[in-house]
Design a protein around this ligand. Structure first.
Ligand code: WTA
Length: 570
């Protein structure tokens, strides 16, 4: 990869919340950022209060908090309505025993109910565990069992995927549908809301270290790990919302991620609501026309999405967007996977906008490397460290490498949004800090002389498909549960549209013959049991997997090297 981007894109004219990056870096302090919060005066801390209730108290109750759109279904909720609905739901949950520190899983589609549930859980001081709507039985079991989850909020459709009999810890399942849709033992929320009065003074006051949300995330080894964040994260989430998303009072903001992914929670709920922006919630799946229609119809001004989505729009050609009035759109951002320079040039040409790449991770809790609207973009770079954040590229021994050399992307610890813990896994938590004072991301990168960071890949086997983190071990474990599969090795294969796709190498058990039907059956097995996005898009039968001599571990690197060689030969 070359460091010299074809050409740099200068900032466009605009009245940005942060006008000068270098100046901000010099004078920066997190303490200054804290002044925006009501707890500076009252001492009463709770994320849900800062996101919703505070705005109502300050006279913005009639402002639109959520603009929901899903095909023909469309409506708005004000901050006052979100406050009252989340107060009411919190009252019901409390009556059912939910209290501070409990984990409450939220397994709902991209729908206002999901956002209200997040606020209700957080109001009680409980830890919100949003689950991606495509998760199937196994993905749910892994997560709920890992933290002995007691509570789950879901609907009668997704709820069918919960393997209740395998989850003895799960005491109560709340269903957002009426009683006739509930199975025995499930609790109908509409019925409970009718029976239990709304308490308006329900918010639990917390301290900065109290648990806020838990997101399970994949790595190259083992099952997904529970990354827990604390309420202190709000300081950085607010300030990145203000400076990077550039949110102002009149903004209508659309983050396309589901809250089950960290982006959908932190930048789909917290950061925009801390900045009092209106959220657009689009319930539908990706479809180029309906996405452009959403931008037009809900009058989106600030838009945060992912490279795969931009590439899919790009694949539609340069004319489709002309059918829509996108004149209100003023700021576009991207996250989750490498943003190709070509996509940035496409954005310039077709939308007339620069696409601002940002880098962060579930574990970091907020953006750390960013392209600010007031600064030059070097296409191919993820941007520069947010003020107050120090980045370095380290060699394998923890020494700082000079500009231009590839090494481990590391961040000087600590910062307000960094994870509080990995649930019940101290060893894993410490593994992020192999060298004193540095958080190691697992990404490989280059830093140039201006401080711009260029992503180069991962140092481990983690797969990133369409911006979604997929652990090869999780997929391999599921594959070998299929009766025909003896062994499986899973890698990320480079893909022009999705960044990477999941590719599986499968050794069959004796008595099974390779066939296309069998491959499809195995693929469907993973899709139905684990999650659609984790199912191998490509699979290949192989006689034997390459393994390490001593421990007999699958050499995914070798599989990947062979695959890359095949691609290069073509
Ligand atoms: C990758 C998502 C290239 C990276 C917020 C990181 C990126 C992982 C970028 C975290 C980017 C994220 N360019 N790669 N701008 N942003 N990544 O936890 O490998 O789902 O370590 O958090 O995504 O994924 P996660």
């Amino acid at each position: 990869m070359t460091l010299l981007a074809r050409h740099h894109l200068p900032p466009k004219e605009g009245d940005y919340n942060l006008r000068n990056y270098l100046e901000a870096c010099e004078t920066f302090s997190w303490a200054e950022a804290e002044k925006a919060f009501s707890w500076k005066k009252t001492g009463r801390i709770n994320m849900a209060h800062e996101c919703v209730d505070k705005h109502v108290e300050e006279g913005y109750g009639s402002k639109t908090a959520i603009h929901y759109i899903n095909g023909e279904d469309e409506y708005k909720l004000t901050f006052k309505e979100v406050k009252e609905k989340s107060d009411h739901l919190a009252s019901v949950l409390r009556a059912h025993g939910v209290k501070k520190g409990d984990i409450v899983f939220i397994f709902l589609p991209k729908h206002p109910d999901c956002y209200i549930a997040m606020m209700a859980v957080i109001k009680l001081g409980a830890i919100a565990g949003p689950l991606f709507e495509a998760f199937m039985e196994e993905a749910i079991r892994d997560r709920v069992a890992d933290c002995d989850g007691k509570f789950m909020i879901t609907d009668h459709v997704l709820g069918k995927r919960i393997p209740k009999n395998d989850l003895p810890s799960l005491e109560k399942i709340f269903i957002t549908s009426s009683p006739e849709h509930c199975e025995a033992g499930e609790i109908s929320l509409p019925a409970e809301l009718a029976a239990i009065e709304r308490e308006s003074d329900i918010t639990e006051w917390l301290d900065m270290e109290s648990g806020l949300n838990i997101h399970y995330t994949s790595g190259s080894t083992g099952k997904p790990k529970g990354v827990v964040h604390a309420h202190r994260a709000m300081v950085q989430q607010y300030l990145t919302g203000k400076w990077v998303l550039d949110l102002k009072n009149d903004d209508v903001y659309w983050c396309t991620a589901h809250p089950g992914w960290v982006t959908g929670t932190v930048y789909g709920i917290f950061a925009p609501w801390l900045n009092r922006a209106t959220l657009v919630v689009n319930g539908g799946r990706f479809d180029a026309r309906s996405w452009y229609r959403t931008l037009e119809k809900t009058e989106v001004t600030v838009w945060y999405s992912a490279p795969t989505a931009f590439r899919m729009l790009m694949a539609e050609g340069n004319d489709l967007q002309k059918e829509y009035d996108l004149s209100l759109l003023r700021h576009v951002l991207s996250v989750g996977e490498p943003l190709n320079p070509e996509v940035i040039y496409w954005g310039e040409e077709t939308l007339g906008k620069r696409i601002h790449d940002t880098w962060w991770m579930t574990e970091t809790g907020a953006q750390l490397i960013v392209n600010l609207p007031s600064e030059v973009i070097k296409p191919g770079s993820m941007g520069r460290p947010f003020p107050g954040i120090q980045v370095a590229i380290l060699d394998d021994d923890g020494n700082i490498l000079p500009h231009g050399e590839v090494g481990h992307l590391a961040i000087k610890a600590s910062w307000p949004a960094i994870m509080r813990e990995i649930w019940k896994n101290e060893e894993k938590y410490h593994s992020y800090f192999p060298f004193p004072g540095w958080y190691l991301s697992g990404d490989l990168a280059i830093l140039d002389e201006d401080g711009y960071v260029f992503f180069q890949g991962r140092s481990d086997d983690m797969i990133n498909s369409s911006g979604e983190r997929i652990g090869p071990f999780e997929v391999e474990s599921k594959l070998i549960e299929h009766p025909a599969v003896a062994e499986a090795g899973v890698i990320g294969k480079p893909d022009a549209l999705r960044g990477e796709i999941v590719k599986a190498f499968i050794v069959l058990r004796k008595g099974y013959k390779p066939s296309d039907e069998l491959l499809e059956d195995i693929r469907q097995f993973v899709k139905k049991k684990l999650a659609a996005h984790a199912a191998p898009r490509e699979a290949e039968f192989i006689d034997q997997l390459p393994k390490t001599k001593i421990s007999g571990k699958i050499l995914r690197r070798e599989l990947k090297a062979r695959e890359l060689e095949k691609i290069n030969k073509r």
